[in-house]
Design a protein around this ligand. Structure first.
Ligand code: SF4
Length: 271
């Protein structure tokens, strides 16, 4: 399903897709408090969507596994927008099946995001990491920066941070080995506030380390109104991405690098 999530973006500028072989989750930290997936799952259950008969209870969906293989156009695909792949109730065998599909669907790029960084690290050796998988952890405040340390110890090829919903300052991030940083404020009912200085401090750490920086949104109860401009511009940087066809061949066109940031030409040389 095509997503509106700003950072799930194809190299041609169109929006990518979500793929949910697992649905449902349980809360682990303050960032989960107003979980969008929970709200959505309960709504979808009320609408009698077959994959949501269990509401927000963790459920694996074998029949969803092969879906990306049927999408022929190379896509950016956010895996489990409605769950957490490394949730303790997702069997290792199922996680391995998800990774196997991602490997076979080599023309796509998959974004996997977890708050269960401990389990991610525990299972690292059991995972055959494909090149087309970007692995990220969510960090909402200083208390959860240990997730970055866990991610850093895995063998994932591209590692990224989602600092959303940003709930506090993150002044000295360990960005070693990190290929992309996303920041966003919380949105929706009861959204907790983000501070401009927190965003600037993170942006400046990315600038200093030459890491692509993506500012998703200020958030708030009306996120359209608050927008996503930071200091007179938007920040839409993404890692360099190769585009592959269904046979796995590199069909990246000249100039189709995903980083379109004329103000930071140095990033374009990443390869
Ligand atoms: S880990 Fe993610 S999906 Fe699970 S409850 Fe927290 S915010 Fe929601």
């Amino acid at each position: 399903m095509v997503t509106k999530i700003e950072w799930v973006r194809n190299s041609d500028g169109t929006q990518g897709k979500t793929w949910n072989p697992v649905t449902g989750c349980t809360k682990v930290s303050p960032g989960c408090k107003h979980c969008y997936a929970e709200r959505m799952a309960l709504r979808l259950r009320a609408m009698r969507q077959p994959n949501y008969v269990n509401g927000f209870k963790l459920t694996t969906h074998e029949h969803m596994l092969e879906l990306p293989l049927s999408w022929k156009k190379p896509q950016m695909i956010f895996v489990n927008s409605m769950s957490d792949l490394f949730h303790e109730d997702v069997p290792l065998t199922f996680i391995q099946k998800v990774f196997d599909i991602m490997r076979r669907a080599s023309w796509h790029t998959f974004q996997v995001l977890t708050k269960r960084s401990r389990r991610l690290l525990e299972l690292d050796q059991e995972i055959d990491w494909p090149l087309n998988v970007w692995m990220g952890v969510s960090v909402e405040n200083q208390d959860y920066t240990f997730r970055i340390e866990h991610l850093g110890q895995t063998r994932a090829h591209l590692k990224f941070l989602s600092l959303e919903p940003l709930l506090g300052p993150l002044s000295s991030l360990n960005l070693r080995g990190i290929g992309w940083v996303i920041v966003g404020g919380e949105s929706g009912p009861y959204a907790r506030p983000i501070k401009k200085e927190w965003v600037i401090v993170i942006r400046d750490q990315c600038l200093a380390a030459n890491i692509p920086f993506f500012f998703k949104q200020w958030g708030g109860v009306r996120k359209k109104r608050t927008g996503r401009v930071l200091q007179d511009r938007t920040w839409d940087e993404m890692p360099y991405q190769k585009t592959r066809d269904a046979l796995g061949r590199d069909v990246t066109e000249a100039g189709s690098m995903i980083i379109r940031d004329p103000q930071r030409p140095s990033l374009v040389s990443r390869n």
